[in-house]
Design a protein around this ligand. Structure first.
Ligand code: SAM
Length: 350
């Protein structure tokens, strides 16, 4: 085991069930779907340059955002079909008021054995205890720089100290394995790759380097800033004896490496240069109730209308099951060319 404490909990343990059994969600390419990512808001308290325009985006009107009760109904319909893991995302999920109440509702659903959160970390330190008590198991924190001036330049808002405090609070609360997601951009933060890698020598965290993905709002930046993950890996390998290791298990697309003796590990996520669609196990629920079958696929299936018409769990489950037929085999990302009409990942839940 690479990370201290990982034996104590096995958040991504694959349940002992036949994932291809009739009645469980399996798409047309025989991929079992066990993971639902839920966007709880499209709003964010940062404006990262690769994600959102400085002025924000036209936000979804509040009345169109799913309530906690509606999200719970969706998950109660999906759990009997084999969905085991949830991730709350956004936008910034911690700007949604009373989020721990949603975590508690979802943690009580039979069959759900892993609830994780993706956050920019700004509000994490204050909420971490309530989230853990409600049943949250794991946290991913997005962090693209370890320098305050750059943080303000990339995120267009200050707050590095609060993010670092959030990471430490989550580690102290046992919300691990904790992953730090770093979007690497040429000329903006690529000279910090070694510093981030060194972070894994000090803390039991998985630092994951992510290629910038093209969306409508960042097409020009993405073309200039893109660095293939293989270049990032070469730079880290120059910093010490790097060995491939097993990751934290479960849902993710990353490949992992560690320096000898380090408590943490380094992950590489390379959707453009090395896509991982063949192992895709996920679907997404947008904040306004669209079931999205691929992050970069067009269209979605409207769950909000049936939810608000009073659809039963069986009816919602039937929508999930029929959606499996149209989950695409893979996405088609290319430099500077958005693969869909999505303006920013925050629209769907990154
Ligand atoms: N606010 C939360 C957070 O910061 O983790 C959740 C939503 S955010 C959209 C999810 C992740 O998507 C973050 O790690 C962010 O850096 C990443 N992201 C957003 N736009 C991206 C892009 N165009 N390419 C690569 N990663 C992106």
């Amino acid at each position: 085991m690479l990370l201290e404490g990982r034996q104590e909990r096995a958040p991504n343990t694959i349940p002992v069930i036949d994932l291809l059994a009739p009645g469980l969600l399996t798409d047309a390419f025989r991929r079992p779907i066990t993971y639902l990512r839920i966007s709880v808001t499209d709003r964010c308290n940062l404006r990262c340059v690769y994600c959102m325009p400085e002025a924000g985006l036209p936000w979804i009107p509040k009345a169109e955002i799913l309530t906690f009760e509606e999200i719970e109904r969706v998950v109660r319909a999906a759990a009997p079909l084999g969905v085991r893991s949830l991730r709350l995302t956004g936008g910034e999920p911690l700007v949604r008021r009373d989020l721990p109440q949603l975590v508690a509702r979802l943690a009580a659903i039979e069959g759900i054995d892993d609830i994780a959160l993706s956050t920019n970390g700004l509000l994490l330190a204050d909420l971490v205890e309530d989230l853990r008590a409600a049943g949250l198991r794991r946290v991913n924190v997005s962090l693209d720089t370890l320098r305050e001036d750059r943080f303000t330049a990339i995120a267009r808002r200050p707050g590095l100290d609060r993010v670092l405090a959030g990471i430490d609070a989550a580690l102290a609360a046992g919300l691990g394995p904790l992953k730090i997601n770093c979007v690497v951009m040429r000329g903006q933060n690529d000279d910090e790759v070694a510093d981030f890698a060194a972070f894994t020598r000090e803390r039991a965290v998985f630092v994951r380097f992510i290629e910038v993905m093209p969306v409508i709002e960042n097409a020009a930046l993405q073309r200039e800033a893109y660095i293939p993950a293989s270049d990032v890996l070469d730079r880290i390998a120059a910093g010490g004896d790097l060995q491939p290791v097993a990751g934290p298990g479960g849902n993710g697309p990353a490949r992992y490496y560690a320096y000898a003796g380090a408590p943490g590990a380094i992950g590489i996520i390379s959707p453009l240069s090395h896509d991982y669609c063949e192992t895709c196990n996920r679907v997404r629920l947008s904040a306004d109730g669209q079931l999205k079958l691929c992050l970069f696929g067009e269209g979605g299936i409207d769950l909000r209308t049936p939810l608000r018409r009073g659809a039963s769990a069986d009816e919602l489950g039937a929508i999930f099951t029929s959606a499996m037929a149209i989950k695409p085999e893979r996405h088609h990302l290319d430099l500077g060319k958005p693969a869909s009409a999505m303006r920013a990942l925050s629209e769907i839940g990154g």
